[in-house]
Ligand binder design. Structure first.
Ligand SMILES: C[S@@+](CC[C@H](N)C(=O)[O-])C[C@H]1O[C@@H](n2cnc3c(N)ncnc32)[C@H](O)[C@@H]1O
Length: 189
């Protein structure tokens, strides 16, 4: 029994060590998207500083950030192998500094909400209305048109909402600590 306990602790510790810190979420999601989607027009909704959009554009996607708060790209980042990179002042990603509205979706193929605020339900509705794809990694119920309820799981209810609107969804998980679970809807081609 003792040996078994040590084994459990070893696995827990090793697993913990393998899981990246949250700041690598952009690198990990970028790698996942490149594996699962062909280059296309992307709206990174609630995209913050724009690091995910930058990575996607470096991989042949045409991405823009839609976010009401104007934010600059970070000046540096590390890749998944911990190599350091600087982002020059000349580099940029296109931005729309505005609240996401559903009509905006018509100009894109893929809508992304990575820990986005106030737009998860709109992303799902826009995907259904405009026949697009989406990827969501929800965090919290901020500025959404529903009231949080203690016994209702936000993640599950969002996915059910997508299914209710006729969208087939699949779940996935990325290797970082924190809100690393997502679901996506990809139209058959
Ligand atoms: C927790 S941050 C996540 C930023 C980025 N995706 C990341 O993972 O670091 C939430 C972002 O949602 C943006 N936001 C808030 N309300 C929004 C809205 N109605 N439409 C689009 N973005 C919104 C905020 O400005 C902020 O950049």
């Amino acid at each position: 029994m003792k040996a078994y306990n040590w084994l459990v602790w070893y696995v827990v510790l090793v697993k913990k060590e393998l899981r990246k810190v949250k700041k690598y979420r952009f690198q990990l999601l970028h790698a996942w998207i490149v594996e699962h989607f062909d280059p296309c027009r992307v709206a990174d909704i609630g995209g913050g500083k724009g690091l995910l959009a930058l990575f996607l554009n470096q991989s042949g996607f045409q991405s823009i950030v839609i976010d009401p708060f104007d934010q600059s790209l970070p000046v540096k980042y590390k890749n998944l192998n911990k190599q350091k990179f600087k982002i020059s002042k000349e580099e940029s990603v296109p931005r729309i500094n505005a609240i996401f509205e559903k009509e905006m979706a018509k100009d894109f193929n893929l809508l992304i909400g990575l820990h986005a605020h106030g737009s998860n339900m709109k992303i799902i509705e826009a995907t259904a209305e405009h026949k697009k794809d989406f990827i969501l990694l929800p965090c919290c119920v901020i500025d959404e048109p529903i009231t949080p309820h203690a016994d209702i799981n936000w993640f599950d209810s969002l996915e059910q909402y997508a299914n209710l609107l006729g969208l087939k969804t699949k779940r996935f998980e990325l290797n970082f600590r924190g809100q690393n679970k997502g679901f996506y809807s990809k139209r058959e081609t």
